[in-house]
Design a protein around this ligand. Sequence first.
Ligand SMILES: [Zn+2]
Length: 287
Amino acid sequence: MRKHFTSIAFLAGLALAPASWAQAPAAAPVREISKIAGEVYRFRNNNHFSVFAVTPAGVIATDPINADAARWLKAEIAQRFRQPVRYLVYSHDHADHISGGEVFADTALVVAHENAKSAILGEKRPTALPQITFRDRMTIELGGTTLELIYVGRNHSDNSIVLRFPRERLLFAVDFIPVNSYTFRNFPDAYMPDWIESLRRVEAIDFDTLVPGHGALGSKANVTMFREYLQDLRAEVTRHAREGKSLDEIKQLVTLPKYAAWGPKDWFPLNIEGMHRLVQGQRVANP
Ligand SMILES: [Zn+2]
């Protein structure tokens, strides 16, 4: 299904350390374009990924990742597909995914959730401001392709959206549904238990292949398993906190062997720490 047909470009001296997730690359960024299915392709910049669809009327692109990566992607799309980028859709406001949007602003309309626009402005994200925003749902139609943008509630931010490609039965979702992985460190910018509810909404969407912003492709089973992980982690941390255990004790007590095959291993104690912060924020001590 995944056919790697393109080169990997090594651009010496242009490495930008990603703001989050995986380790910063020591040298040049690894960049590639691979076909997922139909007209949908995956763009990789080191450990960050986005997707784009090539239609006869132009390209619908998603997260630009950073300005250098966006310039590389723009040139590759122009050379291989001879189509301009007509839409640029941001998955959520975090800078390690959506920096560099201005690179596509000459031909593309920038689309994001309405909460993303205020976060991009307020946090001074180095990217183009969204020109089109929406609250619940939006459809993009271009060159016979229909792409659905769906807001599933707050999770890893208050503005994460999912993109459904109905023809290819793909769903692009960034940072809030890790595939066989713990979530990033200590739950920065997290909303709980909204996150769990947002995963239930994703489970109700019609798709087969989950395309994340990091790591390998997955399926709906990965959504369910990650939702169960959040529920299990929250329940265990809550139970021990209510028994008066300290954070250090809770880190020893919570093991969750069902997810022991996941990585990175050093994120699991950080996940416990973050969940403890979120749980404690929703508790009040007895007088
Ligand atoms: Zn993020």
